[in-house]
Design a protein around this ligand. Sequence first.
Ligand code: 0O2
Length: 236
Amino acid sequence: MELKGQNDTIDSWKEVNLIYNAALRQVQTKMEILNEEFQHVHQYNPIEHIKARIKTPESIVKKLKRHGVESTIENMVNHINDIAGVRIICSFTSDIYRVADMIRNQKDIKVIAVKDYITYPKTSGYRSYHMIVTVPVYLSDRIVDTKVEIQIRTVAMDFWASLEHKIHYKFEGDAPQHIRTELVECARMVADLDSRMLMLNDEITMISYELEVAKIKAEEEKRKKRLEKQAQEAEA
Ligand code: 0O2
């Protein structure tokens, strides 16, 4: 089967929409399957929930303007990495890296760029883990490797980013200094909350493990005693 890149195969907005929607659905389904499998094997869900969206034509045009390029289908496909966007919300920071590794291990997903704004937060305070990947979309006559932006973040990071995004748009990117300072302080608190919740969860997991081990040992002790008693009764 012929494998073509994006720019020489996509030539109309309708087709673009169809292809990016297909890519979005594939990534979303893959994530749901991985989450279900993880639950089955480890009795634990690393993913709280998933949101998926196609960027609106207005936002695409705005972003192309920001990039200083003409609004054409070709420029859109080449310059805009987040036409298809999937946001994965996790409970804990450790889950983010776990999910990112699961994505990397998918044979048909190609990771083309990673931005770790958790290890290196933005000056705004923004924290999130971004991956630009491509997935093959199988059409009747060709395969189109299609870009999807995956943002992975905790519930707390998402809460902060939603409010900051709203403020950013309200003030058209020029929020008063005291609001920006307060947002940076809130981002610091969010990071602290995430790390304390993770420590708490690790401690709970450890206690549950120790309780489970103690229960097994107690069961074993009981079984031994029962066998000893049965042996004594048989001797008598
Ligand atoms: P919108 O309106 O959310 O779609 P690229 O997409 O790679 O060409 P960039 O900006 O270098 O452009 O990529 P980056 O930094 O990975 O950001 C991509 C997206 O992450 C943004 O898309 C936002 O959704 C989100 N993001 C990045 N920085 C911030 C931030 O400081 N605050 C918030 N709330 N979100 C952020 P768009 O298209 O810029 O915006």
